[in-house]
Design a protein around this ligand. Sequence first.
Ligand SMILES: Cc1cc2nc3c(=O)[nH]c(=O)nc-3n(C[C@H](O)[C@H](O)[C@H](O)COP(=O)(O)OP(=O)(O)OC[C@H]3O[C@@H](n4cnc5c(N)ncnc54)[C@H](O)[C@@H]3O)c2cc1C
Ligand code: FES
Length: 281
Amino acid sequence: MAYKILKKEEIAPSIHKMVIEAPDVAKAAKAGQFIILRLNEFGERIPLTIFDFEKEKGTISVIFQEMGKTTKQLTKLSAGESLEDFVGPLGTPADIRNLGNVILVGGGVGVAPIYPLAKAYTKAGNRVISIIGARSKDLLILEDQMRKVSSKLFIATDDGSKGHHGFVTDIMKKILDSGEKVARIVIIGPPIMMKVGAGVASPYDVEILVSLNSIMVDGTGMCGGCRVTIDGKTKFTCVDGPEFNARKVDFVELIDRLATYRGEETKAAEKYEEECRCGLH
Ligand SMILES: Cc1cc2nc3c(=O)[nH]c(=O)nc-3n(C[C@H](O)[C@H](O)[C@H](O)COP(=O)(O)OP(=O)(O)OC[C@H]3O[C@@H](n4cnc5c(N)ncnc54)[C@H](O)[C@@H]3O)c2cc1C
Ligand code: FES
């Protein structure tokens, strides 16, 4: 079965949104889950978070950043074209309950997985304080959408071109220091940001969750590729996660394992770009 791309747009430099026709996935999707797609029969399988889903229309939206070969290839596809595989929803849905005050922190393309959580936590009756950030204002995504699903929205940019000049975690710390009672914090972004964020929030009496982006292959707990260590025990991000208690995550191992194939990934991206220059794609 082919999965038709209904819409595609660049929402920030090198960051794209795609709406895909996938009625069975849309019917079962819940906040916090992801899909694994494959462009064609020779393609690599890559996981992307379900950014939004519309059960009635049978559509799933994803937001992806151009990183290496597969995401660059994905960028070249247009509305009307199709994907060979689109498997999901995968992973354990986020644990959404009415907890009171919840802080959601998203960095870079990590704002995309924060959006469905903000929507779901708000629907469950929580007061959602969202903090989103990027390196600069051009790279900041989903500001308007996030405002609609949050009680309060804060913005941070590394270069100070919009909102707070500094990191999203600075704002998070300020809120925690104000003495406001917060039941849960969810941090999603580059692994180093999640590690630092978890460290900053650790001394406070608050539950801290992160959504891990381990390298995945099958997405069903069979290959072991997404192995992570949580509280000294081996877990598979694709079935046991992607959401975990940040205080228990071995971030050093996660960051190390993400770099395992860097040499091969760089070669594949360079070869692909060379072929593009030669007009082969
Ligand atoms: C549960 C989950 C949800 C994700 N959601 C999003 C999302 O919503 N938007 C988004 O832009 N990115 C998301 N990612 C990351 C995305 O899967 C990678 O950026 C993508 O696989 C890169 O593939 P590539 O061929 O373009 O780049 P490559 O050059 O192959 O890789 C670039 C980097 O991406 C990571 N990566 C590579 N292959 C995989 C793989 N099979 N599985 C996981 N990570 C990989 C590695 O850190 C690698 O160094 C998610 C990852 C996971 C595990
Ligand atoms: S991706 Fe294979 S076990 Fe998780």
